[in-house]
Design a protein around this ligand. Structure first.
Ligand SMILES: Cc1ncc(COP(=O)(O)O)c(C=O)c1O
Length: 379
């Protein structure tokens, strides 16, 4: 069976883990953490980056930094991973869900302004598939209403919007290095602190609410409890693994894009025949080949496609169940019933095909085309 995902290893991971191990410094903020931090700051052109244990943790840090309090509203898409919302709900915030643009599957920025009121505190654009949201438009709205922008760029490492790294445009940006992403450390993440005013507090929050960071640098002789915070910092072994991956980020992205472009070329005609639609890149998108999705005519054909691909030995998967129709949102979030037309009409028609380094892409594409024609014949 061709799996949906297979982690790519550069071969340097164990060497770097051994190096960290023999250095005797295994907690976070050691040599490899600082290498990763520098890599992030240079490659995203941001002011400051901190490693976290996951993108979920980065989003939770962002919610603390945004000072989310009971009843504050945060505008985000419903078509996203649960952590985008959970991070804010944990602080008493209320997600306000906005529909997606069917062309990008990203939050439709034209719908944001209509949801802003006195309780609105932040906007959280999610860059689905590593394709950037229209950040100029979102930043304009945020500026007009004095709102924070927190980019959920979990899938967007090495992607750009008009030449700027995703995650580096809003006040804060959150990355994931989960095993299923392009650059990995098993579990892992980072927060980019683009708004300089938040830098000092971010370091304190990441160190359990203390100024241990200054203590480690020898700038103070004891550290104390200054703020709320938690254990957001990964250890050196994780950072060592991650740095081996970061060193090959350009190569990994290039190879993923080759597969992505191969799929796009192979499926363009099938789209013209009306069997499926494939991603449409906006002029401003420079993406990282994170995922390739197909949109089927209906849910029946999507599920049949997944079954047929499985019979041919290729694992194909669906994606997010929208948050506004989840049991938690329905039972606990107490908002007026909403209808998000495109989110609801698209989510159960989406499938994602395998995309990883070393994959037999020719076989996958051939199987996709065969399965789609079989479905056409049967209907
Ligand atoms: C949009 C989005 N945000 C956040 C996350 C959470 O990332 P992590 O697993 O690193 O916590 C994911 C995970 O896939 C995601 O897709």
């Amino acid at each position: 069976m061709i799996p949906f995902n297979k982690p790519y290893l550069t071969g340097k991971e164990i060497e770097y883990i051994n190096k960290a191990n023999s250095s005797g410094k295994l907690t976070g903020n050691g040599y490899f953490t600082s290498k990763c931090k520098k890599w992030l700051e240079i490659n995203t052109c941001t002011n400051s980056a901190l490693l976290t244990n996951s993108c979920t943790a980065a989003l939770e840090m962002a919610a603390i930094l945004a000072d989310i309090k009971n009843g504050d509203e945060i505008i985000m898409p419903s078509y996203t991973f649960v952590s985008t919302a959970n991070a804010f709900v944990l602080r008493g915030g209320k997600p306000v869900f906005v529909d997606i643009d069917p062309n990008t599957l990203n939050m439709d920025w034209k719908l944001i302004e209509g949801q802003i009121n006195k309780k609105t505190k932040a906007i959280v654009p999610v860059h689905y598939a590593g394709f950037g949201c229209d950040m100029d438009e979102i930043m304009k709205i945020a500026k007009k209403y004095n709102l924070l922008v927190i980019e959920d760029a979990a899938q967007g490492v090495m992607s750009k919007y008009k030449g700027k790294a995703l995650g580096s445009i809003g006040d804060l940006g959150c990355y994931s290095f989960h095993e299923t992403k392009n650059i990995i450390s098993g579990e892992g993440g980072a927060i980019l602190i683009n708004n300089k005013k938040l830098k000092e507090r971010a370091e304190i929050i990441s160190e359990k609410g203390t100024n241990r960071n200054l203590f480690n640098k020898g700038q103070i002789d004891k550290y104390s409890w200054l703020d709320i915070g938690s254990s957001f910092l990964p250890g050196e072994l994780t950072a060592a693994f991650l740095f081996a991956q970061m060193e090959e980020a350009k190569k990994i992205t290039k190879e993923r894009l080759k597969i992505w472009n191969y799929y796009e070329n192979g499926l363009r005609n099938i789209e013209v025949e009306g069997l499926i639609s494939i991603p449409k890149l906006q002029k401003y998108t420079e993406h990282n080949g994170h995922l390739f999705y197909l949109i089927h005519k209906n849910n029946y054909e999507r599920d049949l496609f997944i079954k047929k691909m499985s019979k041919k030995g290729v694992m194909v998967v669906f994606h997010y169940i929208p948050l506004h129709i989840s049991p938690y949102a329905k039972n606990k979030l107490n908002f007026k019933k909403q209808s998000l037309i495109f989110t609801e009409s698209l989510f159960d028609r989406i499938s994602r095909i395998p995309l990883w380094l070393g994959l037999n892409k020719e076989y996958v594409l051939k199987s996709v085309i065969e399965s789609l024609y079989e479905i056409k014949k049967e209907n």
